[in-house]
Design a protein around this ligand. Structure first.
Ligand code: BDP
Length: 651
C-alpha cells in the first residue's frame, strides 16, 4: 500500500489535475506585467465599529450609501492590520460584530475609459465574513478569513466621464459560529444579577487571539477583457530532465492564442509551448531543493504566458509570469521524499502575530522572521493554524523553506463541528486554499485541520470526505491533519498520508517530570507506527517559558526548563529519526497573543523567541541541533557547505 502511494507521486508527477474546482475562476497573485497594472489601497482607511446592541445599525442606516464620515465619527485604521490593538479603547480590542472600513480612491483615466481594460478589486483577506460595496453598490460577499477574494468592478467604474472616483466600503464581521472555520459560539449571559441585558461573549476552542479586520493588502489591478484567469503547474523529473506540466484557463474569449515560455534564472528560454495545456521538458534541469540540501536561493524558473485575442473592441494581449520550482514530493511507509531524497523536517510552527498590528501583514516582520529561520537552521514550518499571506509563501519558494500549508480548521471539538454544513464549508475552504497555493514549490503537504476531536464517530466520515476532496483537488501533494487523539481511537488517521502528532509530555501531563519524556515519546511513536505504517512528524511539542525566568535545577516556566524539556524530546526523536520519524516542529517559533485566561500570561509563551523576536536560551539549543542535523543530512552534490553552523554567514 505504501509503495503504491510513493509510486503515484514520484517520477513524473501527475500530468493534469484530477478534479475541477467547484469554485469559479482562478486566484492568481496580482502581478504587474506589460498588460497588468496595480494600485495599492493599503494605508489609512476610515473605520467604525458598530457598537449598537444588535450590531446592525450600519445596515439599518445604510452606512455604505454615503461617505462613512457622514453617518458618524470615524477612526483612522491602518490597512493591513488587525483593528484590535490599534486604539486605546478596550471595547474595540474585544469587539465582536460588524466593523466598517472605507477608502476613497481616484483611478487613472485609462482604467475608466478604455473598454479593453478590466478592473478588479482584490482583498487579501478579511476576517471573517465580509460584504463589499463600491460606490454604494453591493458587489461581493465572502465567508472566511485568511484567504483572498476579488470582484470585477469594470462595469461600476466604466460608466461615464466622472467615474474615476471610487468609494470602497467593506463591512466585516468577526463572529465565529459552529459552522465557521475556525468555529466558535456566541453565549448570551442571561443572569440579570450578573450581566446587563443582551450581554454576550464569543467562546472559541483555539489558543490564539481572534484578531480581525483587513489584515492583508487590498488592491486594484487591471487585466485586458480577455485574460489569463488561472494557471496550474505541476512538475516532475524524468532521468535528468525536469517536466513542467501546465494548464491555463482563459476567460471571456474563444478566439485566442497562448504562447508559453520557460525561462531559467538567467532569463534564458529553456522550453516553449503553445495552447491551454502541455508539458515542457527541461534537459539538465536545476531542481528546487530545500535550502539546507542544496543552495540559497532555491532555484526558480519563470513561466511566461502570453495571450493574444481578438475581441469586439479590438485585439488584446495579456502577459503573466509565474515562478516555477521543479521538484517532486513522495511519501513511502517510513519516509518523506523530496526529489527522491529523504527529507527530515527540522523546523517550527508559527503564527502571524506581532505587537500592535496583530495579524496584519508586515514586511519588516516577515524578513526578520526569515532571517531568524535561517539563523536557526530551520528548513520547514507549518502555517499553524490558518493560511498565511501569499508573500510568506513566495519567500519560502525563494528561500527553499518547506511548508505544511494548514487551513483554519482549528478548535473542531464538538459533534456539531462535524455536521454536513461544516463539512461543505471546510471543503470549500480547501478549494480556496488549493486554488491560491497550488503553484508554490515550497508547499509540500496540505494540513486540513489541527487537533480536531478526531476520536468522535462522526470525525471518521468527515475526514474521509475532506481529505478525499483535497486529494482530488491536488493529486500532487500528500494530505494530513494534525492530531492529539489517542492512536487507537483516532478515526481520521486512516486517511492521512503522514501522521502528524502533537504531544506535551511533562507540560500538560506529569508536570515537571522531565525524566518521563523519552519513555512516553517512544511509546507514542511505536503505537502510531505499528498501527499505521506511515511516516510520523512530531508536529508540536514545547513548554511555556517566561523570558528572563531562571531556575536551576529547572522548574516549569523557566528558560532552563524549556531547554531541558527540548533536550529530552530530542533524545526521544533521535531514537526514531532515520527510521520512520520524518520531522520535528517546535511549538512555537515566537510568543503570541491569546485570549485572556488564567493559564496564559499576556499570551502563549512557548516561543523560542519572544514576541519581539529576541531569543530565549532554547533558541540556541535548537540552533545547534538543527545545524547538526542539516550537516548530517546534506547530500554530496550540495553547494550549501558554507552554510554549516561554523561558517555560516549568520553566525
Ligand atoms: C496545542 C495547540 C496549539 C496551542 C498549544 C499550547 O495545537 O494551538 O497553542 O497546544 O497549548 O494543543 O501551547
Amino acid at each position: 500500500m505504501a509503495r503504491g502511494r510513493a509510486a503515484a507521486w514520484a517520477a513524473l508527477g501527475p500530468l493534469l489535475w484530477g478534479c475541477a474546482l467547484a469554485l469559479q475562476g482562478g486566484m492568481l497573485y496580482p502581478r504587474e506585467s506589460p498588460s497588468r497594472e496595480r494600485k495599492s489601497l493599503d494605508g489609512l482607511w476610515r473605520f467604525r465599529a458598530d457598537f449598537s446592541d444588535t450590531r446592525r445599525r450600519g445596515f439599518e442606516e445604510q452606512w455604505y450609501r454615503r461617505p462613512l464620515r457622514e453617518s458618524g465619527p470615524t477612526l483612522d485604521m491602518p490597512v493591513p492590520s488587525s483593528f484590535n490593538d490599534i486604539s486605546q479603547d478596550w471595547r474595540l480590542r474585544h469587539f465582536v460584530g460588524w466593523v466598517w472600513y472605507e477608502r476613497e480612491v481616484t483611478l487613472p483615466e485609462r482604467w475608466t475609459q478604455d473598454l479593453r481594460t478590466r478592473v478588479v478589486l482584490r482583498i487579501g483577506s478579511a476576517h471573517s465574513y465580509a460584504i463589499v460595496w463600491v460606490n454604494g453598490v453591493n458587489t461581493l460577499e465572502h465567508e472566511g478569513g485568511y484567504l483572498p477574494f476579488e470582484v470585477d468592478i469594470s462595469s461600476l467604474v466604466q460608466v461615464g466621464p466622472l467615474s474615476s472616483h471610487l468609494r470602497v466600503t467593506i463591512a466585516i464581521n468577526n463572529t465565529l459560529t459552529p459552522s465557521t472555520l475556525p468555529p466558535g459560539t456566541i453565549r448570551y449571559m442571561t443572569d440579570a444579577s450578573r450581566y446587563p441585558k443582551g450581554y454576550f461573549v464569543q467562546n472559541t476552542d483555539f489558543d490564539f487571539f481572534n484578531y480581525a479586520g483587513l489584515q492583508r493588502s487590498v488592491l486594484l489591478y487591471t487585466t485586458p477583457t480577455t485574460y489569463i484567469d488561472d494557471i496550474t503547474v505541476t512538475t516532475g523529473v524524468q532521468q535528468d530532465s525536469g517536466l513542467v506540466n501546465y494548464q491555463i484557463s482563459v476567460k471571456r474569449g474563444s478566439q485566442f492564442e497562448l504562447e508559453v515560455r520557460l525561462l531559467d534564472a538567467e532569463n534564458k528560454v529553456v522550453a516553449a509551448g503553445t495552447g491551454t495545456q502541455g508539458q515542457l521538458k527541461v534537459p539538465g534541469a536545476n531542481l528546487w531543493w530545500p535550502y539546507l540540501m542544496h543552495e540559497l536561493p532555491a532555484y526558480l524558473y519563470s513561466l511566461e504566458v502570453r495571450l493574444t485575442a481578438q475581441t469586439s473592441v479590438g485585439p488584446v494581449s495579456d502577459f503573466y509570469t509565474l515562478p516555477v520550482g521543479i521538484r517532486t514530493v513522495a511519501v513511502t511507509e517510513s519516509q518523506f521524499l523530496i526529489n527522491g531524497k529523504p527529507f527530515y523536517f527540522h523546523g517550527v510552527n508559527k503564527h502571524e502575530d506581532s505587537d500592535i498590528r496583530g495579524k496584519g501583514f508586515d514586511w519588516p516582520l516577515l524578513v526578520k522572521d526569515f532571517n531568524l529561520l535561517l539563523w536557526l537552521g530551520a528548513n520547514a514550518f507549518r502555517t499553524s493554524h490558518y493560511p498565511y499571506a501569499e508573500e510568506v509563501l513566495q519567500m519560502c519558494d525563494r528561500y527553499g523553506i518547506v511548508v505544511i500549508d494548514e487551513c483554519p480548521a482549528v478548535g473542531l471539538v464538538l459533534p456539531q463541528h462535524f455536521s454536513n454544513t461544516s463539512m461543505n464549508h471546510h471543503m470549500r475552504v480547501m478549494e480556496e486554499l488549493v486554488r491560491r497555493d497550488k503553484n508554490h514549490p515550497a508547499v509540500v503537504m496540505w494540513s486540513v485541520a489541527n487537533e480536531p476531536a478526531s476520536s468522535l464517530e462522526s470525525a471518521g466520515y468527515y475526514f474521509k470526505m475532506v481529505i478525499t476532496h483535497t486529494k482530488a483537488l491536488d493529486p500532487s501533494r500528500p494530505v494530513t491533519f494534525v492530531t492529539n487523539s489517542n492512536y487507537a481511537a483516532d478515526k481520521g488517521a486512516p486517511y492521512v498520508d503522514v501522521i502528524c502528532v502533537n504531544s506535551y509530555y511533562s507540560w500538560y501531563h506529569d508536570y515537571g517530570h522531565l525524566e518521563l519524556i523519552q519513555l512516553q515519546l517512544g511509546t507514542q511513536f511505536e503505537n502510531w507506527y505499528k498501527t499505521y505504517h506511515k511516516p510520523i512528524i512530531q508536529s508540536e511539542y514545547g513548554a511555556e517559558t517566561i523570558v528572563g525566568f531562571h531556575q536551576d535545577p529547572p522548574l516549569m516556566f523557566s528558560e532552563e526548563y524549556q531547554k531541558a524539556l527540548l533536550e529530552q524530546y530530542h533524545l526521544g526523536l533521535d531514537e526514531k529519526r532515520g527510521k520512520y520519524v520524518v520531522g520535528e516542529l517546535i511549538w512555537n517559533f515566537a510568543d503570541f497573543m491569546t485570549n485572556q485566561t488564567p493559564q496564559r500570561v499576556l499570551g502563549n509563551k512557548k516561543g523560542i523567541f519572544t514576541r519581539q523576536r529576541q531569543p530565549k536560551a532554547a533558541a540556541f539549543l535548537l540552533r545547534e541541533r538543527y545545524w547538526k542535523i542539516a550537516n548530517e543530512t546534506r547530500y554530496p552534490h550540495s553547494a550549501a557547505k558554507s552554510q554549516c553552523l561554523e561558517n555560516s554567514p549568520f553566525t
